[in-house]
Write a protein that binds this ligand. Structure first.
Ligand code: NOJ
Length: 567
């Protein structure tokens, strides 16, 4: 096999976040110690040993702060306390200590684009007059039209419907409008207000003082809005859920310079991350920021991780790449080149709490469902067997790549999206704001199975579950997979151990040629990685098979299979 001269690195440096595999815990659905049907911090603490045993380096916790839970905790009412649903600050401290004791780093979610409408800052703003400093912390504006009864501009909420809601004055008359790029209960903060900057410096220090290793920054690409809040052009406004990527994800991509929508990817956002970089630098231990920035292409995304900004950013271009070898090769090469160009590690991700799980997504034909979720009436065909087979191969490729990778809880069990949730169980604001036109994200958030037997498959011991769990969870439960050497769990454990042992996270990628267009092939750290995405089998290359995404028989590498080879 011939190799090209192309090599890429993780961007230099030895900080933990350059190579870490980070496991996303979605607290509502991970483990429920008090049996109320919603996961909690003591539940996480109890199951950290399984995560250490899996072989990950760190966990990222989705929000557990005080919140009315209108958007599953991404609507924060107090940034410096734990919602009673999840426990207490003491529970958090215990969880953090236990994680560190097991050698696991912990990053937590920070939601700076918006607060909950229950936050005291917003309540104060509502109680204050038009033009007051309190209102200045948010985006309050007079409406258009003779009576101000039209929204200030034409922006649409990511969750559907207008991005503006009108308030009622204390005397009962209609008042100003406030901006919410998401639900009405999530008013956007005004990041031109220095007061807001000061509050968030304090919030960062609050958690850094407690010992967190970093933050995942929610909606990092949306915090700064274009001067004057200009209208979006009609086409762009109409497509705000799907954006340039064709309805691929929760939030739209941006692919042009200058930004094509006045609320995504504005240049001013980078100043905030420079400020936070300095706050983190006050602390020891390589603390890190990871941005949730739905920005494309990778060259533009890399601007979020320049040396004085964030340490990492999610690579959603990778997540959105279809299961086609040329596209996969391109996104890998572009990502490595772009991130390496700014001295940052590439990151890789296939699933999270906002998208259709990749074990289902990769088996779907029909209109791409991401961002719209999947439900009983979705106009797609799902081939679950193919989906899982491709998902295992996709992860086998991903975990061989240099840089840092994110896993979403349950993917190590091969969990599929739960498509047949009853309408009455759905909780995603997207579902409500679009009158059921978009199913939203509940299908990837169903509480995960720990045991094949027992109430709620070991999620708790009462059987309560905030979303109903499907019967197939019995087959995919962790204790069942622990006994099966061919299980997805066994595959993930092997991949993680070999990745760690062979230092692949810090390795260099060298493309291999001569395999044909449907094959992704490269070397990293002495390992040859070959993934066959074509319909026909190919000859298994020479070498000792260290990992295979499927059991191999004979000398073929079948379709939708990836291997790691030595020699
Ligand atoms: C991105 C989060 O991942 C998603 O779950 C949330 O709904 C939006 N940001 C709004 O906070």
């Amino acid at each position: 096999m011939a190799s090209t001269g192309t090599t890429s690195t993780t961007g230099g440096g030895h900080e933990w976040w350059r190579t870490a595999v980070i496991y996303q815990v979605y607290p509502r659905s991970f483990a429920d110690a008090n049996g109320d049907g919603v996961g909690d911090l003591p539940g996480i603490t109890a199951h950290l040993p399984e995560l250490q045993n899996l072989g990950v380096d760190a966990v990222w916790l989705s929000p557990f702060m005080t919140s009315p839970q209108r958007d599953a905790g991404y609507d924060v009412a107090d940034y410096c306390d734990v919602d009673p649903l999840f426990g207490t600050l003491d529970d958090f401290d215990r969880m953090l200590e236990a994680a560190h004791g097991l050698g696991l780093r912990v990053i937590i979610d920070l939601v700076p684009n918006h607060t909950s409408s229950d936050h005291v800052w917003f309540k104060d703003a509502l109680a204050s007059s038009d033009g007051s400093p309190e209102r200045g912390h948010y985006w309050f504006r007079d409406g258009k039209g003779e009576n101000g009864d039209e929204p200030p501009n034409n922006w649409e909420s990511v969750f559907g419907g207008p991005a503006w809601t009108r308030v009622t004055n204390p005397d009962g008359t209609p008042g100003q409008w406030y901006l919410h790029l998401f639900d009405t209960s999530q008013p956007d903060l005004n990041w031109t207000d220095p007061w807001v900057w000061e509050q968030f410096r304090g919030i960062l220090r609050f958690w850094l003082d407690r010992g967190v290793d970093g933050f995942r920054i929610d909606v990092a690409h949306g915090m700064v809005k274009a001067d004057g809040l200009p209208d979006a052009t009609p086409d762009e406004a109409a497509g705000s859920m799907g954006g340039a990527g064709g309805a691929l994800a929760l939030e739209p991509e941006i692919s042009d310079e200058p930004p094509s929508l006045p609320y995504w990817g504005q240049e001013g956002g980078h100043e905030i991350f420079r400020d936070w970089h300095k706050v983190l630098a006050e602390y020891d231990g390589d603390r890190a920021l990871c941005g949730e920035a739905w920005v494309d292409p990778p060259a533009k995304l890399a601007r979020y991780v320049r040396p004085d900004e964030m340490q990492q950013t999610f690579n959603f271009s990778y997540l959105e790449t279809p299961w086609q070898a040329p596209a996969l090769r391109t996104v890998i090469a572009d990502s490595l080149a772009a991130f390496n160009g700014v001295g940052a590690p590439s990151t890789w991700v296939l699933s999270n709490h906002d998208v259709v799980r990749h074990a289902t997504r990769l088996g779907v034909s029909g209109d791409n469902p991401q961002g719209h979720g999947l439900g009983p009436k979705s106009n797609v065909t799902v081939d679950a067997v193919t989906g899982l087979r491709r998902a295992r191969a996709a992860t086998t490729v991903m975990l061989a790549l240099p840089g840092s990778a994110y896993l979403f809880q349950g993917e190590e069990l091969g969990l599929p999206e739960v498509i047949d949730l009853p309408d009455s169980a759905r909780q995603d604001p997207t579902w409500f704001r679009t009158d059921g036109e978009r199913y939203g994200r509940d299908g990837c958030r169903v509480p995960i199975p720990w045991t094949a037997a027992g109430p709620s498959f070991g999620f708790n011991d009462t059987g309560a579950s905030w979303l109903p769990q499907p019967a197939i969870w019995a087959l995919l439960a962790r204790d069942a997979e622990e006994l099966d050497p061919d299980s997805t769990l066994a595959l993930y454990k092997l991949l993680l151990a070999e990745r760690e042992g062979r230092g692949l996270g810090a390795g260099e990628l060298e493309w291999l040629k001569g395999f044909g267009d449907d094959v992704v092939a490269f070397r990293n750290g002495g390992v040859t990685v070959v993934a066959n995405l074509g319909e026909a089998s190919i000859a298994l290359p020479d070498g000792e098979v260290v990992v295979s995404s499927e059991p191999l028989t004979g000398t073929d590498l079948p379709t939708d299979t990836a291997v790691w080879l030595l020699g």
